[in-house]
Design a protein around this ligand. Structure first.
Ligand code: NIG
Ligand code: FE
Length: 405
């Protein structure tokens, strides 16, 4: 198998220690910075990493291709573990309404919100949706992100949700291996108006469709919007139990507008992640700390909606595994640039640099069930993000500047 060598990165953030600490309770040193570092890898694995001056002779003797990466920075691959990037239309007008005083909930009850994007999505053909999603994936890739989770959820009929999950699956095959796509089924995103309640919609659309897609084995995860006027605790339980029957991992939009005890539910069902968590109280934080469920914070949504941010510091100090993701979607965060969002959020969340990078690499990989990447250590997958700058500090310091290679 072909071996390649990256020689002389200005800096490599290995996150080796973070990996051994399971992404929890990180000190700044857990970034695991190596200066003038080299990486030896083949198609499947990292074989060696360290300072270039310690590069073992055995790799040099055999004339493997060497790539000169002087002046660049390498981190474990950046993962955007929460996006809703498959949608038609936009909601610029709603954003303006919010700036002029309406709340997200007001707009949703007036027929805006997710149901508005449902119409925009239903108006587009399969081909148009695939093309749009492919373009959005390409744009995110251009920031240096290599793994992208995509949720369905703007179709909201049996047929259209089926189409969305199949499009995500097609896209996954088109862009691999350069980009990894995680296919998340989120038909339980909002209850369409022709159903009298969430239970009926779960029974007639979400659960039967999950069975169909489960049979076809194309899903990686399921997700659900657990919130007043959206989906109840009983709906969450029925979805999780059905998904687990198909061996599909579960995720949840939890405690965004109210403390619905979604974090506790996530921990109880061994969810890969509980996301949002703006309102999670101490008992929820404790439940997450005692579990393997990743707390995925979505700072862009707080910024976009003008809401108070999640209590990141309390979670980190309690030993919760914390990730950050973009939540890129047409309504509550129309921003696809995770590095920008994490950079702006870090001082608010009071993150040290190891917590910041671990949150968009290692812990984000865990949030989508990928346990074999997220740190640059021998044996893990050779998935990296490379930046055209000589110091890792510069990447998050220069808000919005794209250094991706
Ligand atoms: O994660 N909270 C639910 N879903 C999305 C919002 C979707 C929308 O407003 O279109 C979110 O923020
Ligand atoms: Fe979301």
């Amino acid at each position: 198998m072909t071996i390649k060598i990256f020689r002389n990165f200005s800096e490599i953030a290995t996150l080796a220690n973070a990996f051994h600490k399971d992404g929890r309770r990180l000190n700044p040193e857990d970034l695991g910075l190596i200066k003038n570092g080299s990486i030896v890898f083949n198609h499947d694995s990292i074989l060696w990493v360290g300072e270039d001056r310690h590069l073992p002779e055995e790799f040099l003797e055999k004339g493997h291709p060497e790539i000169d990466v002087t002046g660049k920075v390498c981190v474990p691959e950046i993962v955007d573990s929460h996006t809703h990037l498959i949608f038609g239309g936009d909601r610029a007008h709603e954003y303006t309404m919010r700036q002029n005083g309406a709340s997200y909930e007001d707009i949703a009850s007036a027929g805006g919100g997710i149901l508005n994007s449902m119409l925009g999505t239903q108006n587009l053909s399969r081909t148009e949706l695939l093309k749009l999603a492919q373009l959005r994936v390409k744009n995110i890739r251009a920031y240096g992100v290599g793994t992208i989770e995509i949720k369905s959820g703007y179709g909201l009929t049996f047929e259209k949700e089926y189409e969305l999950s199949r499009i995500i699956h097609d896209l996954k095959n088109i862009v691999r291996p350069e980009i990894q796509i995680i296919n998340t089924f989120m038909a339980a995103h909002a209850v369409p108006k022709n159903f009298s309640n969430s239970y009926e919609y779960m029974k007639d659309v979400v659960l039967p469709l999950l069975d169909k897609l489960g049979e076809e084995q194309i899903l990686d995860c399921v997700d659900i919007f657990h919130e007043k006027n959206y989906f109840s605790t009983d709906d969450v339980i029925s979805l999780f139990e059905r998904a687990q029957r198909w061996n599909i991992k579960v995720k949840i939009h939890a405690d965004e507008f109210n403390d619905n005890k979604g974090a506790i539910l996530a921990a109880k069902y061994g969810a890969l992640s509980a996301d949002h968590l703006l309102q999670t109280s101490e008992d929820g934080i404790l439940a997450l700390a005692n579990s393997n469920t990743v707390a995925t914070l979505l700072p862009g949504t707080g910024f976009f909606l003008g809401k108070a941010q999640a209590n990141a510091r309390a979670m980190l100090d309690a030993g919760v595994k914390v990730a950050m993701a973009s939540d890129y979607n047409p309504g509550s965060c129309h921003c696809d640039n995770l590095i920008l969002l994490a950079s702006i959020a870090a001082p608010q969340y009071k993150l040290n640099l190891a917590e910041l990078w671990c949150g968009i690499t290692l812990n984000a990989a865990h949030a989508v069930g990928l346990k074999n990447q997220g740190a640059i250590i021998a044996g893990l997958k050779p998935r990296f993000s490379v930046f055209n700058t000589d110091a890792i500090d510069r990447i998050t310091y220069n808000w919005g500047k794209n250094f991706a290679n």
